[in-house]
Design a protein around this ligand. Structure first.
Ligand SMILES: C[S@@+](CC[C@H](N)C(=O)[O-])C[C@H]1O[C@@H](n2cnc3c(N)ncnc32)[C@H](O)[C@@H]1O
Length: 227
């Protein structure tokens, strides 16, 4: 996790431009997550954003839910600092520099828990399942979990195909050397995605209902469930 923290501490200032070059259809993915939130826009929902990065998802939540109270947590202080700056117009957002594995989530505490492109940094299936259990406890009855993240398929062939498509996507905006010597090795070192079908099984086993996939493209997916 030290590598992940250092990576995002260093990348914070260029993150917003870079993520558009690294993640195919990043904006469409976030749009799908935001559209999947089932509450009335006037509701003062209580939200937790796990691995908030530079605040892109929280900003979209606040656009649709002006009365939302959001707790943003991230491992990297520099990412949190940029989120604070970008969202400085709001006085109902809390910020915590914290590891999402150690954060105290509480019980029956949130209407909505969101996480975008963060959980695949957890190294093992056990860590991912433990976080899902904490999330389930932390949600109010009727509360919703929505995740946008990098996932695997159920076939090695499809994983290889998606990986090649990811590299082709990056080549549209950066040289081959950068793709092969920087971004592909970083992914092998820091990314630990699990098959989407496993995520859905884990969520159902923990007790989530209405588990579903709202969007999927190359290695990205938006999925979630309701308590
Ligand atoms: C690729 S960025 C995604 C940021 C933002 N959610 C988005 O979609 O634009 C991943 C973020 O997750 C954070 N992160 C990774 N592992 C984490 C952990 N264990 N606890 C808290 N934050 C973590 C990183 O510091 C980074 O800011």
């Amino acid at each position: 996790m030290k590598d992940v923290k250092n990576h995002f501490e260093e990348e914070a200032e260029e993150y917003d431009g870079l993520i558009l070059k690294l993640i195919p259809n990043y904006k469409e993915m976030i749009d799908s997550l935001i559209r999947s939130i089932p509450f009335e826009s006037s509701k003062p929902i209580k939200v937790l954003d796990l691995g908030c990065g530079t605040g892109n998802i929280t900003r979209e939540v606040k656009k649709r839910y002006p009365k939302a109270h959001v707790t943003c947590i991230d491992l990297a202080e520099n990412m949190i600092d940029i989120t604070k700056y970008k969202l400085s117009e709001f006085d109902d957002i809390e910020f915590h520099v914290a590891d999402l594995r150690d954060f105290h989530y509480g019980e029956n505490n949130y209407d909505l828990i969101i996480s975008s492109l963060a959980l695949h940094h957890l190294q093992t299936d056990e860590e991912k399942i433990t976080i899902y259990q904490k999330i389930y406890e932390a949600l109010n009855p009727g509360g919703v979990l929505l995740i946008a993240d990098q996932v695997l398929t159920s076939s090695e062939y499809l994983d290889r195909t998606n990986h090649e498509q990811w590299k082709e996507f990056m080549l549209k905006s950066m040289p081959l050397k950068e793709v092969e010597e920087k971004w592909a090795p970083t992914a092998y070192k820091e990314d630990h995605p699990a098959p989407l079908m496993n995520h859905l099984d884990w969520l159902r086993e923990i007790g989530f209902k209405k588990v579903d996939v709202m969007w999927r493209y190359v290695e990205g997916a938006v999925f979630g469930g309701k308590k």
